[in-house]
Every structure is written in structure tokens, then in C-alpha cells.
Design a protein around this ligand. Sequence first.
Ligand code: GCB
Ligand code: CA
Length: 876
Amino acid sequence: MKASLRVKYILLLSMLLAGRIQAQKFTINEAWAFHKGENGDSEIISFPHTWNDRDVLDDQPGFFRGTGVYTKTTHIPAAYKNKSVYMYFEGANQVTDVYINRQHAGQHKGGYTRFSFDITPFLKFGESNEISIRVNNAHDVSIPPLSADFTFFGGIYRDVYLDVREKVHISPQDMASSGVYIRTPKVSRTSADTEIETVLNNKTSARQEVIIEHCIQSPDGKEAGRREITVLLEPHQTGRRVTSAQTLRDPQLWSIETPQLYRVKTTVKDKKNGRTWEEATHTFGLRWFRFDAAKGFFLNDQPVKLIGTNRHQDYKEKGNALDDAFHIRDIRLLKAMGGNFLRISHYPQDPLILEMCDQLGIVASVEIPIVNAVTETQAFLDNSVFMAEEMVRQNFNHPSLVMWSYMNEVMLRPPYKATEEAYLPYCREVNRQARAIENKIRELDPSRYTMVAFHGSMKAYEDAGLFEVPMIIGWNLYQGWYSDRVEDFDRYLLNYREKYPHKPTILSEYGADVDSRIHSFHPERFDFSVEYGDLYHEHYLKSILKSDFIAAAALWNLNDFHSELRKNAVPHINSKGITETDRTPKNTYYLYQVRLLKEPLVKIASADWLNRAGTATSSGVCLQPVKIYSNRSPVTVFHNGKKIADVEITDGTGTVEIPFTNGNNHLEARLEKENISDILRVNFTLYPAVLSSDFREIHVLMGTRRYVEEKETATLWIPEKPYETGSWGFTGGEALRPKTRFGTLPAAEVNVLGTSLDPIFQTQRVGIETFKADVPPGKYAVYLYWADLSTPENEDALPYNLGNDTLREKTEEGVMDVSVNRVKVLDGYSPAAEAGLHRAVIKKFITDVSGEGLTIDFKSRKGNTILNAIKILKIN
Ligand code: GCB
Ligand code: CA
């Protein structure tokens, strides 16, 4: 322990001993010796910690799933002798064993719920004690999640506390809940019935007669009610539950606009001498709500359309090991977007998440991590029911929380893919497990709704009889992303509505991957462009807003998140976030702002696309469309100080053609009446229609209509075009379009090895004959970019993608000759033979050009010629 830390620790302890507060809970996050695996060198770390922050991003498949050991020696004061000492964990993934002085103090299974062990019997008071914690994140068929489109980071990734109590106390052992459950069975505008259940432990060997006092304070700080009850606790009696009820007058209601909280102070006193055993404060809110199958959600009898996001708990370069400030920031981001709903997916998260929802007025749901499938065993079900109970008990008092959820897309990857005979038994088992969890949750908390999330395959969930089990159906729908067209979303919902008119419904997920480096004026699904993401969300949002029966919609996802197996534009990352892994907002975030917030807003879309380019038309400029977002209309747009247009805005968006000129372009979008505007400076490279003497460089992507911005070097890659005299372009060949069940894709789903610029390599022209550029005389560098993108036949289907995997095809490895201005520079060349499949190759050639321009010829010796990208640079 560092000296300064030790001083703080001693100060804290003396405060504890001298003060009148009998219970004290403080983090013990610092200075643990950690080693990965059974043995090995240790390093000193602090919680939150994960051992997978790096290996989930490297090009090696998989990440470490095994045991990690944390050890610390700590002094336990003699004064704790007459106390109860607990260790409390906010979360560790996934199986945790705690040893105190080499004795086993407890085990917890499950990576996302909190837990607490009574370590008193193992402690040596007034001495050094060794605490050793073994955590294991190996795959375990009896613990959910089994597989999922997110990464199961191992380690103690949330806070760990020492929780020191008097011998008579409110129980931290009731599944690590607060031990105080506040129910509000009847709330109206005039009065509110409250029931407070307290769970008590007597860890003395004597009978204890105690008084429990609940003193309720209203949001404005006034005392709203007070009640005392007397309880007799037998020696060593633990888990004793007592309830006291009171009715409050003129409740100050919790709502999205007024998220005000009541506070209850619970005091446990010795009846004989009046001595205080414990004092604890908890918050709650007064509200009532319902879900209506036709009209949606009502809060305090007011209809409210719930719109917001899902959230994953990980972050750039940190994995899941986040300090509190990161959790808080996420909920603020959601609020600032205009969101009023959060689906805490796919597992319970840091306690701060729901505390922030209470505070900021965000309605929430939370779930246990049964994802993709269940294991057909009692052990799996037992663990699931246990987790469900932990979830309910631990999150019981939050007014923001309105639904419990417990299964996500369990018909997506069931075992029946292997054998058809296994299908019906699997369906029956899913149903049995769902009912068991459902019953448990309803028994524990009849005041909230239950929800199960389905993927867009209605029949599968009918086969499993799941429509009858939860109170709310959640749909995860991706029409227009994993399958063909966004309009199919509306058709799907209409069909569902006709079949199930009486079922309350939410849209629990919808989304499209976006890589902020990629742009297109011909957006299509799976091109990962900003523009396609916008179209997708514009369509869905419009439909959601006009469908009353969709009580809530949670877009997928608030943030980009880690998914180790993914091979999209950013490998290992699911990029459906409307913010990046570091929470930089993407374009779509602003679309939601203008649609959801009331105050006047105007925003030039694709604002982080700072380097743009195009070819001049005869008028000497390049016309390109620019989108404007606003919640007012019209928006006046200026280009380099000159008014271009009054742009009409419908459903939040409008478009204007900007005549870009070479160099700096200054754009302004103005709401004249409100006197607010948004400004954007774009650096534009204007290529002349006929390459002239001031040619400098050109970066061209083959087989695509995408633009890719290399942000670090302020470089823009532009899409290919056929060759025209005086200009540049290709002859021969066709764009690579990998085939899937739902049509073809505009780019290969390949993790390109040896580069972080995957999108430059993920498209390709197959069978190309020449690339020509009529450049002026000079010395040039020509860079040819390759990666063999073929998919091996034996590759497994991906655990995400909803059936949209690339179909395996036998392809012959291409071998080619390449010449630059008729000089053969590569003879019988194959990128795969040189570098292996999927690895980035860049070949650079220096060449002198006199009067004839540049011609690069590709000749097949075997199979197809290919080219992924080309860069031509004039050196002098
Ligand atoms: C889903 C899953 C979610 C995935 C998402 C996606 O349906 O519920 O876990 O991450 O789709 O992006 O494919
Ligand atoms: Ca890896």
C-alpha cells in the first residue's frame, strides 16, 4: 500500500470507529497483485480491471478465457472483532471464488450481477489478512450467456467493497440487494400507499428486540411520513423480513420531466437502550404506469412515446472495466439526444446506470443474459432463475424501471440446426424455462411488466409457444440491414399486429452498422456508410412515431461495442452505435436530436466528413448533395458567404446541392427566425475533368461506390469510374459482390490482416484489364493495394448476422502479370501466395512518365486479375 493511501485508510478507519455511523462501506479497489492463468508473474492493478482489453482486438482469433487470480494482504483492525464484515462485489465475470487466509469464503456464478459474502468467520482481527480472489471466464454451458454478439471480458471489472456492520444489521445477504424493498402498490395524484420491507440479520448469540423506524422525506426535503415497528430477533436469526406500511398525501410524482425522488431513512435501534445498530438511506419514486396493446405506454395516466437506445457497458481500449464517470456520461448522452428510454442490454449493468435513469427521467428495462440459445439442462435453468432473482432484488427500488426481461433471440442459434429431431424438444424446453423464469419474476415483483426479445422469425417463437409467456413482446428487427429492404419492417409489424392485436409491444432493437470513415452517394445495406445508416434510421423512426402500438423503441445501439468475432468495416467491433466506442457522436445521433428535442435545432449532416473530393463539371465546380437536419423549416443555406437555397425540411431532413470548389468551402445552415446556425468547413479536392499540369495525387477504391476518409492523414479515397480520355479510370472486370441468402453485398466481410484501414481493402475489381490516368509528365509513385478476399469453404457461420453470412464459393486463386507503361513489374503474381489470404499487400512502383500518361495493365495467368485500390502520387 502506498504511504498516502495508508494514511487515508487509517483516517477512514478512525472516523469509522469514533463516528456515530455504525455501518461503513468503502471500496477496496487498489493495489491487487494479479496474474493470469494458474501461475506466473504478477502485476499490480486496481479494480475495475479486465484481462481482455487487448486480446479482443488483435488479429489472433479468440481471447483469453480462463482463470485470473487477484491477491492482496490487508490489515483488519482489532475493532472489527465485534462487527460483521462483508465483501461486496458489483460484478466480476464470470465465476468468482473468494479465499480469506486460504479458506474458501464463497463462490458466485454469473458475470453481471452483484454479490456479497460474510467473511467475518475467516478474518484475523488486528492482523494482516490475505485475500485471494479467483475469477474464471471460461465458457460454461450451464451459465448464460452461451454465445452472443458481444465480448465476455473476464475479470473484476466493477467496484469491490468492504462492508462493515454492527452485529445486528440490514442484510446485505439477501442476494446482495439493499435489504430494503420499497413498494408503492397504489399511487394517485392525491395519495400514495407505500410498503417497506426490511430484511434483518442478528449475528449475535442473544435475542435482540429492535425498533425499525422508517422516516420518509419528500423530494422537497420535508418529512412526509414516519413509522416505527418492533421486532424480536432470535439468536443468530438471519434473513428475517418485516414490512411496515404508510400512506403519503399529495405525492410529488416521478415522471420523465420531473424525475423527483423520495428518500427513506431506515434506523435499526436496540429497544432496551435506544442504541442505534444501523442507519441507511434509500431512494424511491411515486408513479404508476401501464402498457396498452393498442395505445402504448402511459405514465401517471399520460401517454408517452418511449424512444431511446440499448447500451453495452464497454469502451474504447478499456473493455468493460470502466470508472463511474463513464457510466454516468452514457446516460447523459442518451438524455442529451432527447431519449427517454433505455433497454439495459443484454445484462444488468453498473448500479449507476439505473441511479442515473432515476435522476434524469429515463424509463428503463433490464435483463439477464440469456442470449441466442438455452442449454437444455436443469443446471442452466437453475442458474438463470437465480440470476433473475438477483436482478429483481438488486434493482427493486428504481422508479425508472418498468420491465424485467430474460431472453433475447433464443431461437436464433438453437441446436436443431444440427438435427431436425432436436427441434421440438428444444422448443418445449425453451418454453419450460421461460415459464419458470417468468413465474419467479412475477412472484417477486407483480408491479412491473415482463418482456422477452424475439428476432424477426415469428414462426420460431410460435413453435416455442413464447407469445403466451411474457407480458410484452420485444422485437429485434433489422429489415433493410440483415435482409433486403427497410419497407419490409413495416410489412412485418403489420402482419404481427393482425395476428396478435392484444399483446403489448416494444421494438427492442433496430439498427445499421456505420463506419464514420465511409460515405456514399449511392448508399446501400452493408456498405457501412454514414448515409445508409441515416436512411435506415430515418425510415424506422418515421414508422415508429406513427405506430401507436409500439410503446417503446430502443435503437441498437447507444455505442459501438466489442464483438471479437466480427469482421465488418472495423473488425472486432459492432458498429451499430450512434456513438463510437469512445462515445464521439456519429451523424445519426444528431438526427435523433432534431427529431426528439423540442428546442429549435439545425445541423449540417455528415459533419465529421471534413475531407471531400470530386471531379469538376464544365462549370468548374463539383455539385454534391449535403443533408440538413432541423426541427424547423425552412433552413437557409449559404456556401462561401453566398445564399444557395431555402431548404424545406420534412421529417427532420432536407437536402441541398453544394457547388464545391477546390480548397476550403464554408457552409452555413441558418434558422433565420430563431437566429441560430450551424457552420461547417470542408476541405475539397477538385479533380479537373482533364488531368492538367497541376496534378498531385489521386486515391481510388476499386469495385465500389464508397468514399473512405483516412482521418489521420486527411486523405479521401474516391470510388472508381470507367476510363475516359484525358481523365482516369479502369477498363474491364466487375465489382466483387459476395453472395448471401438475401442478395449480394457491396463489400467483403473479411477482417483484413495487417491494417486498420480495412475498408480500403474490402472492395475489389475482379477481372480488371487496365487502370489508366492521363497524367502530365513527371516522376510518379504508383501504389497498388491488394488483399485476397475469398472466403474459405470450411469457415463456420457467424454467431451474429441473422443468417446473412457470405455463402462459401470455391474460387481459383488468381495469378497475374502487372505492367506499368508496358514494363512488366510483377510476373506471375498472386497476393495470396505472397501474403496469405486476407492480408493487406501494398506494392509501390516509381516510374517516369513522359508524354503518354500512365497505363497499368493486368494480365491473367490463372484465374482472375484483381485490384482493391490504387494511389498515384506525383513526386516531381
Ligand atoms: C441482435 C442481437 C444483438 C446484436 C444485434 C446485431 O439481434 O440481439 O445482440 O448485437 O442483433 O448487431 O446484430
Ligand atoms: Ca483476438
